[in-house]
Design a protein around this ligand. Sequence first.
Ligand code: GTP
Ligand code: MG
Length: 167
Amino acid sequence: MGLVGRSNVGKSSLLNALLGRPGIARISATPGKTRALNVFKLPSFYLVDLPGYGYAKADKKSRTEIQAMLGGYLRSRSSIAGIVWLLDIRHQPSPEDEQAFARFAEQQHPILAVLTKADKLALGARAKRSRELARMLGLEVQVTSSRTGLGVAELAASILQLIQERT
Ligand code: GTP
Ligand code: MG
């Protein structure tokens, strides 16, 4: 399972929350923190922390490298049970998000769409945004917060279910 999303969306934080091990994947206030593809081995599958796409300040070379890394990962199709696709609950999907979505579809990877940083919104706004984004994406979305742990156990269950279905 690969965690994919734009830079700073909270991939590394969510991976730490899923593993219940703060500090295992590197987090930073500076976007562009994750530069390599980091693989975490679990008993029956791997979780992969990928570099984020769409970091505005990245130079052209590192943008190209990140796109190539993501593309290479997505094409290693037989070994991928699915993609955990992260979107910030507060933001509209960016052109890079749409591009990434098209690439998952192209490779026919199952997608678990996850909204991150739900703690940044009040309850009402959270429900409204998750409905809007689900409709916009045409996908079910899972609402999470790595900060409060909201939705993390549910996401772990969805991941395990997908792994079971695929193996
Ligand atoms: P790159 O590796 O640069 O692509 O970023 P990333 O997607 O791995 O994001 P990362 O986990 O490093 O988090 C980016 C910033 O968002 C950090 O400052 C985190 O503390 C913050 N953050 C992550 N998850 C949450 C969350 O659930 N709630 C809040 N409030 N902040 C979060
Ligand atoms: Mg990261």
